[in-house]
Design a protein around this ligand. Structure first.
Ligand SMILES: C[S@@+](CC[C@H](N)C(=O)[O-])C[C@H]1O[C@@H](n2cnc3c(N)ncnc32)[C@H](O)[C@@H]1O
Length: 213
C-alpha cells in the first residue's frame, strides 16, 4: 500500500457525494468528534467503543484504508462511527455543512504528513482556509487537538490556529507532556516506540470572538 498520495493531484480535487448521516449514526444529536487524516482509523475505533454517547467521523484520502476501516467498524456493530473518503482540503466545508448544526465538538489532527521538502509544504493539510472552516463550525465549548512528532509541523499548526482570533491555547504550557485523550494513534505508538518526542496541544474557542458568518 502506498504511504502517501498527493492531495493536489487532479484525482483528489473532485467534490464527493456525502452519505445520508441519519442512515449511519443511530443518534444524530450526539456531539461530533472529527479525526482529520485518520489513517487506518484504529484510534477512532477505540474511542467510539469507549464513548457510545459521542459520534466519531474519520476523514481520510486513502480510499482503501477507509473501506477497510468501515468493514472493521461494521463488524463491531458501532453506530457512532464512520470513515469517509475525502480530501480535507477540498471537501471539509461541504462535510461540516452536512452535519447537524452546532454539533462539532472536537477536531483532532494527529501526525499529519509532514511533507518535508519546501516545494511540498503546500500539500500539508493545515492551511488558513482549513482553520477558518473549523472556526466557523466548531461549537463555543469546542476543542482542537493537534499532535505531531515533527516540532516544525506542530508549531506551524499551532501558529496557523492562533492566527485566527477564534482560537486560544487551553493551557499556558504549549506542549502537553501526556496525551489527554488517553488513546494513542498508530503513528503515535510508532513514534513513541522509536523514542521520539511528541508535540501536542489543545486549543479552545475564544468566546469573545464568535465565528464570522
Ligand atoms: C502520517 S498519517 C497519520 C495517521 C493517523 N492520524 C495517525 O496518527 O496514526 C497522515 C494521514 O493523513 C492522510 N491525509 C493526508 N492528506 C490528506 C488530505 N488532504 N485529506 C485527507 N487525508 C489526508 C494520509 O493519507 C495519512 O493517512
Amino acid at each position: 500500500m502506498r504511504q502517501h498520495v498527493n492531495p493536489l493531484s487532479s484525482k483528489y480535487l473532485q467534490p464527493i457525494s456525502l452519505p445520508d448521516w441519519s442512515q449511519i449514526y443511530s443518534n444524530l444529536s450526539s456531539p461530533f468528534y472529527l479525526d482529520l487524516g485518520c489513517g487506518r482509523g484504529r484510534f477512532l475505533l477505540q474511542m467510539a467503543t469507549l464513548f457510545p454517547d459521542r459520534n466519531f467521523l474519520g476523514i481520510e484520502i486513502r480510499e482503501l484504508l477507509v473501506q477497510e476501516a468501515n468493514r472493521i467498524k461494521c463488524s463491531h456493530n458501532l453506530t457512532n462511527l464512520y470513515y469517509l473518503f475525502a480530501n480535507i482540503n477540498v471537501s471539509l466545508r461541504d462535510i461540516l455543512s452536512s452535519l447537524p448544526p452546532n454539533s462539532l465538538q472536537m477536531v483532532m489532527i494527529q501526525f499529519p504528513d509532514p511533507w518535508f521538502k519546501k516545494k511540498h509544504h503546500k500539500r500539508r493539510i493545515v492551511k488558513p482556509e482549513v482553520v477558518n472552516i473549523i472556526a466557523e463550525f466548531l461549537r463555543d465549548d469546542g476543542q482542537v487537538f493537534l499532535q505531531s512528532d515533527v516540532e516544525e509541523v506542530a508549531q506551524e499548526m499551532v501558529d496557523l490556529f492562533l492566527e485566527n482570533p477564534r482560537f486560544q491555547l487551553l493551557s499556558p504550557q504549549i506542549w502537553l507532556p501526556e496525551n489527554p485523550l488517553g488513546i494513542m494513534t498508530e503513528r503515535e505508538v510508532a513514534s513513541i516506540n522509536k523514542g521520539r518526542k511528541v508535540y501536542r496541544t489543545i486549543l479552545t474557542t475564544n468566546k469573545h470572538n464568535p465565528p464570522k458568518n
